[in-house]
Design a binder for this molecule. Structure first.
Ligand SMILES: Cc1ncc(COP(=O)(O)O)c(C=O)c1O
Length: 368
Protein backbone atom coordinates (compact mmCIF):
# COMPACT_ATOMS: atom_id res chain seq x y z
CA UNK A 1 0.00 0.00 0.00
CA UNK A 2 1.33 3.45 -0.80
CA UNK A 3 -0.94 5.25 1.67
CA UNK A 4 -1.07 3.50 5.04
CA UNK A 5 -3.89 3.68 7.56
CA UNK A 6 -1.36 4.73 10.22
CA UNK A 7 2.40 4.79 10.70
CA UNK A 8 4.71 4.96 13.72
CA UNK A 9 7.15 7.82 14.27
CA UNK A 10 10.76 6.70 14.85
CA UNK A 11 13.62 9.20 15.05
CA UNK A 12 17.23 9.26 16.34
CA UNK A 13 16.02 10.31 19.81
CA UNK A 14 13.80 7.21 20.05
CA UNK A 15 16.63 4.96 18.88
CA UNK A 16 19.00 6.59 21.40
CA UNK A 17 16.50 6.24 24.26
CA UNK A 18 15.98 2.55 23.43
CA UNK A 19 19.70 1.83 23.18
CA UNK A 20 20.50 3.67 26.40
CA UNK A 21 17.85 1.65 28.23
CA UNK A 22 19.19 -1.64 26.89
CA UNK A 23 22.68 -0.66 28.00
CA UNK A 24 21.50 0.64 31.40
CA UNK A 25 20.84 -2.87 32.70
CA UNK A 26 17.65 -1.55 34.36
CA UNK A 27 14.68 -3.16 32.63
CA UNK A 28 11.74 -3.14 35.04
CA UNK A 29 10.47 -0.87 37.84
CA UNK A 30 12.88 1.90 36.95
CA UNK A 31 13.11 5.66 36.41
CA UNK A 32 11.76 5.64 32.84
CA UNK A 33 8.34 4.23 33.75
CA UNK A 34 8.17 6.67 36.70
CA UNK A 35 9.02 9.57 34.40
CA UNK A 36 6.41 8.42 31.89
CA UNK A 37 3.79 8.39 34.67
CA UNK A 38 4.65 11.83 36.02
CA UNK A 39 4.94 13.44 32.57
CA UNK A 40 1.71 11.86 31.34
CA UNK A 41 -0.06 13.11 34.48
CA UNK A 42 1.47 16.57 33.96
CA UNK A 43 0.12 16.84 30.39
CA UNK A 44 -3.37 16.29 31.80
CA UNK A 45 -2.85 18.27 35.00
CA UNK A 46 -4.12 17.63 38.50
CA UNK A 47 -4.16 13.80 38.25
CA UNK A 48 -1.94 10.85 39.10
CA UNK A 49 -0.98 8.27 36.49
CA UNK A 50 -0.14 4.58 36.77
CA UNK A 51 1.63 2.89 33.87
CA UNK A 52 0.89 -0.72 32.95
CA UNK A 53 1.42 -3.34 30.28
CA UNK A 54 -1.46 -2.48 27.86
CA UNK A 55 -4.75 -0.69 27.48
CA UNK A 56 -6.44 -4.02 28.20
CA UNK A 57 -4.60 -4.48 31.49
CA UNK A 58 -5.30 -0.81 32.38
CA UNK A 59 -9.00 -1.72 32.23
CA UNK A 60 -8.45 -4.99 34.12
CA UNK A 61 -6.60 -3.14 36.88
CA UNK A 62 -9.26 -0.43 37.09
CA UNK A 63 -12.06 -2.99 37.45
CA UNK A 64 -10.03 -4.99 39.96
CA UNK A 65 -9.51 -1.83 42.01
CA UNK A 66 -13.30 -1.50 42.14
CA UNK A 67 -13.50 -5.13 43.33
CA UNK A 68 -15.69 -6.08 40.41
CA UNK A 69 -17.15 -9.57 40.68
CA UNK A 70 -19.90 -12.05 39.92
CA UNK A 71 -23.37 -10.52 39.82
CA UNK A 72 -22.07 -7.04 38.97
CA UNK A 73 -23.30 -5.27 35.86
CA UNK A 74 -21.29 -2.75 33.88
CA UNK A 75 -23.01 -0.31 31.54
CA UNK A 76 -21.00 -0.11 28.29
CA UNK A 77 -21.46 0.65 24.62
CA UNK A 78 -21.19 -2.34 22.30
CA UNK A 79 -19.53 -0.18 19.66
CA UNK A 80 -16.00 -0.54 20.99
CA UNK A 81 -13.03 -2.88 20.93
CA UNK A 82 -13.68 -6.11 22.90
CA UNK A 83 -11.01 -5.23 25.48
CA UNK A 84 -13.47 -2.79 27.09
CA UNK A 85 -15.70 -5.71 28.11
CA UNK A 86 -12.96 -8.25 28.79
CA UNK A 87 -11.59 -5.84 31.39
CA UNK A 88 -14.33 -6.97 33.79
CA UNK A 89 -15.56 -10.18 32.16
CA UNK A 90 -12.84 -12.32 33.77
CA UNK A 91 -13.95 -11.26 37.26
CA UNK A 92 -17.49 -12.51 36.61
CA UNK A 93 -19.11 -9.11 35.99
CA UNK A 94 -21.30 -8.84 32.90
CA UNK A 95 -21.95 -6.07 30.36
CA UNK A 96 -25.20 -4.19 30.14
CA UNK A 97 -24.96 -2.84 26.61
CA UNK A 98 -26.39 0.51 25.63
CA UNK A 99 -26.76 2.07 22.20
CA UNK A 100 -24.74 4.99 20.89
CA UNK A 101 -25.37 8.49 19.65
CA UNK A 102 -25.49 8.35 15.81
CA UNK A 103 -23.27 11.45 15.45
CA UNK A 104 -20.44 10.88 17.91
CA UNK A 105 -20.71 7.05 18.11
CA UNK A 106 -20.25 7.32 21.89
CA UNK A 107 -22.70 5.99 24.49
CA UNK A 108 -26.09 7.69 24.59
CA UNK A 109 -26.48 9.13 28.13
CA UNK A 110 -30.27 8.77 28.07
CA UNK A 111 -29.91 5.05 27.42
CA UNK A 112 -27.46 4.81 30.32
CA UNK A 113 -30.00 6.04 32.87
CA UNK A 114 -32.54 3.47 31.65
CA UNK A 115 -29.96 0.67 31.93
CA UNK A 116 -29.22 1.19 35.62
CA UNK A 117 -30.26 -1.63 37.96
CA UNK A 118 -29.48 -2.53 41.59
CA UNK A 119 -26.53 -4.51 40.23
CA UNK A 120 -24.89 -1.67 38.29
CA UNK A 121 -21.31 -1.52 39.53
CA UNK A 122 -19.77 0.83 36.96
CA UNK A 123 -20.49 2.96 33.90
CA UNK A 124 -17.89 2.86 31.13
CA UNK A 125 -18.03 5.59 28.50
CA UNK A 126 -15.73 4.84 25.56
CA UNK A 127 -14.20 7.91 23.95
CA UNK A 128 -14.20 6.34 20.52
CA UNK A 129 -12.16 7.42 17.47
CA UNK A 130 -10.80 10.40 19.41
CA UNK A 131 -14.16 12.03 20.23
CA UNK A 132 -15.11 12.29 23.91
CA UNK A 133 -18.34 10.79 25.22
CA UNK A 134 -20.99 13.22 26.49
CA UNK A 135 -19.66 13.08 30.04
CA UNK A 136 -21.75 15.60 32.02
CA UNK A 137 -24.98 13.53 32.23
CA UNK A 138 -22.98 10.34 32.77
CA UNK A 139 -20.95 11.85 35.62
CA UNK A 140 -24.11 13.37 37.17
CA UNK A 141 -25.81 9.98 37.10
CA UNK A 142 -22.75 8.32 38.59
CA UNK A 143 -22.66 10.85 41.40
CA UNK A 144 -26.40 10.70 42.04
CA UNK A 145 -26.42 6.91 42.33
CA UNK A 146 -22.89 6.48 43.65
CA UNK A 147 -21.77 4.43 40.65
CA UNK A 148 -18.11 4.71 39.58
CA UNK A 149 -17.36 5.96 36.07
CA UNK A 150 -14.36 4.52 34.24
CA UNK A 151 -13.44 6.15 30.94
CA UNK A 152 -11.98 4.05 28.14
CA UNK A 153 -9.66 6.55 26.46
CA UNK A 154 -7.56 3.99 24.57
CA UNK A 155 -8.29 5.95 21.39
CA UNK A 156 -8.45 9.47 22.77
CA UNK A 157 -5.30 10.79 24.45
CA UNK A 158 -5.63 14.55 24.71
CA UNK A 159 -9.37 14.69 23.90
CA UNK A 160 -11.31 17.31 25.84
CA UNK A 161 -14.86 17.58 27.09
CA UNK A 162 -16.09 21.15 27.64
CA UNK A 163 -12.45 22.22 27.74
CA UNK A 164 -11.44 19.62 30.34
CA UNK A 165 -9.05 16.78 29.52
CA UNK A 166 -10.94 13.46 29.64
CA UNK A 167 -8.17 12.04 31.84
CA UNK A 168 -9.59 14.14 34.67
CA UNK A 169 -13.19 12.98 34.35
CA UNK A 170 -14.72 10.13 36.32
CA UNK A 171 -13.00 7.83 38.81
CA UNK A 172 -10.39 6.43 36.46
CA UNK A 173 -9.44 6.84 32.79
CA UNK A 174 -7.65 4.08 30.87
CA UNK A 175 -5.25 4.59 27.94
CA UNK A 176 -3.49 2.36 25.42
CA UNK A 177 -0.09 2.81 23.77
CA UNK A 178 -0.64 0.12 21.12
CA UNK A 179 1.42 0.97 17.97
CA UNK A 180 -1.41 2.64 16.07
CA UNK A 181 -2.51 4.90 18.93
CA UNK A 182 -2.14 8.69 19.37
CA UNK A 183 1.22 7.95 21.03
CA UNK A 184 2.84 4.54 21.35
CA UNK A 185 5.60 2.72 23.19
CA UNK A 186 6.43 0.63 20.07
CA UNK A 187 4.70 -2.38 21.55
CA UNK A 188 2.07 -2.92 24.23
CA UNK A 189 1.57 -0.39 27.00
CA UNK A 190 -1.12 1.36 28.99
CA UNK A 191 -1.84 4.05 31.59
CA UNK A 192 -4.55 4.78 34.12
CA UNK A 193 -5.19 8.27 35.39
CA UNK A 194 -7.11 9.12 38.55
CA UNK A 195 -7.40 11.93 41.05
CA UNK A 196 -7.54 9.81 44.20
CA UNK A 197 -4.02 9.19 45.49
CA UNK A 198 -5.03 6.14 47.52
CA UNK A 199 -6.68 4.57 44.49
CA UNK A 200 -3.49 5.14 42.52
CA UNK A 201 -1.46 3.42 45.23
CA UNK A 202 -3.83 0.46 45.00
CA UNK A 203 -3.43 0.34 41.20
CA UNK A 204 0.36 0.48 41.61
CA UNK A 205 0.19 -2.45 44.03
CA UNK A 206 -2.22 -4.47 41.88
CA UNK A 207 0.05 -4.22 38.84
CA UNK A 208 3.10 -5.33 40.88
CA UNK A 209 2.10 -8.55 42.65
CA UNK A 210 0.21 -6.65 45.36
CA UNK A 211 3.29 -4.76 46.56
CA UNK A 212 2.63 -1.19 47.67
CA UNK A 213 5.44 1.16 46.55
CA UNK A 214 5.14 3.07 49.85
CA UNK A 215 5.62 -0.10 51.93
CA UNK A 216 9.27 -0.32 53.11
CA UNK A 217 8.92 -4.14 53.18
CA UNK A 218 7.42 -4.30 49.70
CA UNK A 219 10.31 -6.22 48.18
CA UNK A 220 9.14 -9.41 49.86
CA UNK A 221 5.71 -8.37 51.14
CA UNK A 222 2.58 -8.69 49.02
CA UNK A 223 -0.26 -7.08 50.94
CA UNK A 224 -2.89 -8.12 48.42
CA UNK A 225 -3.12 -10.57 45.51
CA UNK A 226 -1.86 -8.73 42.45
CA UNK A 227 -0.67 -9.31 38.93
CA UNK A 228 2.45 -8.59 36.93
CA UNK A 229 1.10 -5.92 34.60
CA UNK A 230 4.07 -3.56 34.67
CA UNK A 231 5.34 -1.47 31.76
CA UNK A 232 8.94 -2.42 30.83
CA UNK A 233 11.57 0.33 30.94
CA UNK A 234 12.48 -0.10 27.27
CA UNK A 235 8.94 0.74 26.25
CA UNK A 236 8.57 3.56 28.77
CA UNK A 237 11.74 5.14 27.33
CA UNK A 238 10.09 5.25 23.89
CA UNK A 239 6.84 6.52 25.41
CA UNK A 240 8.72 9.42 27.00
CA UNK A 241 10.00 10.62 23.63
CA UNK A 242 6.63 10.12 21.94
CA UNK A 243 4.84 12.04 24.68
CA UNK A 244 6.87 15.16 23.89
CA UNK A 245 5.31 15.18 20.39
CA UNK A 246 1.75 14.39 21.43
CA UNK A 247 0.27 17.88 21.33
CA UNK A 248 1.91 18.72 17.99
CA UNK A 249 0.66 15.41 16.51
CA UNK A 250 -2.89 16.04 17.69
CA UNK A 251 -2.69 19.44 16.01
CA UNK A 252 -1.60 17.78 12.77
CA UNK A 253 -4.40 15.20 13.01
CA UNK A 254 -6.88 18.04 13.43
CA UNK A 255 -5.46 19.84 10.38
CA UNK A 256 -5.75 16.69 8.27
CA UNK A 257 -9.32 16.17 9.51
CA UNK A 258 -10.21 19.74 8.53
CA UNK A 259 -8.89 19.11 5.00
CA UNK A 260 -10.85 15.84 4.71
CA UNK A 261 -13.97 17.63 6.00
CA UNK A 262 -13.64 20.39 3.42
CA UNK A 263 -12.79 18.13 0.48
CA UNK A 264 -15.22 15.30 1.16
CA UNK A 265 -18.23 17.42 2.13
CA UNK A 266 -21.13 16.52 -0.17
CA UNK A 267 -19.21 13.76 -1.97
CA UNK A 268 -21.58 10.88 -2.76
CA UNK A 269 -23.56 9.79 0.26
CA UNK A 270 -20.60 10.13 2.64
CA UNK A 271 -21.36 10.97 6.26
CA UNK A 272 -18.33 12.72 7.75
CA UNK A 273 -17.20 12.73 11.39
CA UNK A 274 -18.77 15.31 13.68
CA UNK A 275 -17.00 17.35 16.34
CA UNK A 276 -19.57 18.47 18.89
CA UNK A 277 -19.33 22.06 20.12
CA UNK A 278 -18.38 20.72 23.55
CA UNK A 279 -15.64 18.46 22.24
CA UNK A 280 -12.03 18.50 21.23
CA UNK A 281 -11.75 15.59 18.79
CA UNK A 282 -8.21 14.20 18.46
CA UNK A 283 -9.01 12.16 15.33
CA UNK A 284 -7.32 8.92 16.26
CA UNK A 285 -9.38 7.63 13.36
CA UNK A 286 -11.13 9.49 10.56
CA UNK A 287 -14.29 7.44 10.11
CA UNK A 288 -16.75 8.09 7.31
CA UNK A 289 -19.99 6.28 6.53
CA UNK A 290 -21.47 5.18 3.23
CA UNK A 291 -24.41 2.91 2.36
CA UNK A 292 -23.77 -0.64 3.59
CA UNK A 293 -24.28 -1.91 0.03
CA UNK A 294 -21.46 0.35 -1.23
CA UNK A 295 -18.81 0.04 1.48
CA UNK A 296 -17.08 -3.05 0.16
CA UNK A 297 -16.79 -1.54 -3.33
CA UNK A 298 -15.36 1.70 -1.91
CA UNK A 299 -12.78 -0.24 0.10
CA UNK A 300 -11.82 -2.25 -2.99
CA UNK A 301 -11.55 0.88 -5.11
CA UNK A 302 -9.23 2.53 -2.56
CA UNK A 303 -7.19 -0.66 -2.27
CA UNK A 304 -6.64 -0.72 -6.03
CA UNK A 305 -5.31 2.82 -5.72
CA UNK A 306 -2.86 1.64 -3.04
CA UNK A 307 -4.79 3.13 -0.12
CA UNK A 308 -5.39 1.07 3.00
CA UNK A 309 -8.59 1.44 5.00
CA UNK A 310 -10.05 -0.27 8.06
CA UNK A 311 -13.34 -1.01 9.80
CA UNK A 312 -13.45 -0.15 13.49
CA UNK A 313 -15.27 -2.40 14.17
CA UNK A 314 -17.33 -4.67 11.91
CA UNK A 315 -18.74 -6.93 14.66
CA UNK A 316 -20.20 -5.09 17.65
CA UNK A 317 -19.24 -6.65 20.96
CA UNK A 318 -22.80 -7.78 21.81
CA UNK A 319 -22.66 -9.99 18.69
CA UNK A 320 -19.52 -11.86 19.81
CA UNK A 321 -20.26 -15.57 20.28
CA UNK A 322 -19.42 -15.54 23.99
CA UNK A 323 -22.10 -12.94 24.73
CA UNK A 324 -25.16 -15.06 25.40
CA UNK A 325 -27.79 -12.40 26.06
CA UNK A 326 -27.58 -9.76 23.36
CA UNK A 327 -30.00 -6.82 23.30
CA UNK A 328 -31.12 -5.03 20.12
CA UNK A 329 -29.00 -1.93 19.54
CA UNK A 330 -30.40 -0.35 16.35
CA UNK A 331 -27.90 2.51 15.92
CA UNK A 332 -24.86 0.31 16.60
CA UNK A 333 -26.17 -2.46 14.36
CA UNK A 334 -26.77 -0.06 11.48
CA UNK A 335 -23.54 1.93 11.57
CA UNK A 336 -21.15 -1.04 11.85
CA UNK A 337 -22.11 -1.95 8.27
CA UNK A 338 -21.51 1.61 7.03
CA UNK A 339 -18.31 2.79 8.74
CA UNK A 340 -14.94 3.04 7.03
CA UNK A 341 -11.69 4.42 8.47
CA UNK A 342 -9.61 6.43 6.01
CA UNK A 343 -5.84 6.87 6.47
CA UNK A 344 -5.12 9.25 9.36
CA UNK A 345 -1.84 9.78 11.17
CA UNK A 346 0.38 12.78 11.85
CA UNK A 347 3.09 11.63 9.42
CA UNK A 348 0.69 11.61 6.48
CA UNK A 349 1.76 14.10 3.81
CA UNK A 350 -0.61 16.41 1.96
CA UNK A 351 0.26 14.49 -1.19
CA UNK A 352 -0.80 11.21 0.39
CA UNK A 353 -4.00 12.75 1.69
CA UNK A 354 -4.62 14.21 -1.76
CA UNK A 355 -4.42 10.71 -3.22
CA UNK A 356 -7.03 9.47 -0.75
CA UNK A 357 -9.37 12.37 -1.49
CA UNK A 358 -8.97 11.99 -5.26
CA UNK A 359 -9.62 8.26 -5.06
CA UNK A 360 -12.77 8.70 -2.96
CA UNK A 361 -14.07 11.40 -5.30
CA UNK A 362 -13.33 9.24 -8.37
CA UNK A 363 -15.24 6.35 -6.83
CA UNK A 364 -18.39 8.40 -6.35
CA UNK A 365 -18.10 10.04 -9.78
CA UNK A 366 -17.99 6.69 -11.51
CA UNK A 367 -20.98 5.56 -9.41
CA UNK A 368 -23.25 8.35 -10.66
C1 LIG B 1 -11.49 1.30 22.85
C2 LIG B 1 -10.34 0.42 23.23
N1 LIG B 1 -10.29 -0.10 24.47
C3 LIG B 1 -9.26 -0.87 24.87
C4 LIG B 1 -8.22 -1.17 24.03
C5 LIG B 1 -7.14 -2.11 24.49
O1 LIG B 1 -5.87 -1.56 24.42
P1 LIG B 1 -4.59 -2.50 24.15
O2 LIG B 1 -4.62 -2.91 22.73
O3 LIG B 1 -3.44 -1.61 24.47
O4 LIG B 1 -4.68 -3.66 25.09
C6 LIG B 1 -8.21 -0.65 22.73
C7 LIG B 1 -7.09 -0.94 21.84
O5 LIG B 1 -7.13 -1.25 20.72
C8 LIG B 1 -9.30 0.16 22.31
O6 LIG B 1 -9.34 0.68 21.08
Amino acid sequence: MTVQLNRMFVDPEIRKAALETIESGHYVKGPRASEFESEFARTIGDVHAVSCSSGSTALMLAFKALDMGRGDEVIVPSHTFVATINGFWHYGARPKFVDIDPETYTMDPEKVRKAVTKRTAAIVPVHIYGHPADMAPILELGEELDIPVIGDAAQSHGAKYRGVDIGKLGDMTCYSFFPSKIITVAGEGGMITCKDEELCELLQALKDHGRYPSDPDSKYMSSIAGFNMRLPELLAAIGNVQLKHMEEWIGRRRELAAIYNKELEGVGDLVLPVEKEWARHVYYLYVVRTAASRREALMEHLKKDGISTGIHYPIPVHRMPYIKKAPRLPVTERIVDEILSLPMHPLMTEEEQGEVIASVKAFFKQKR
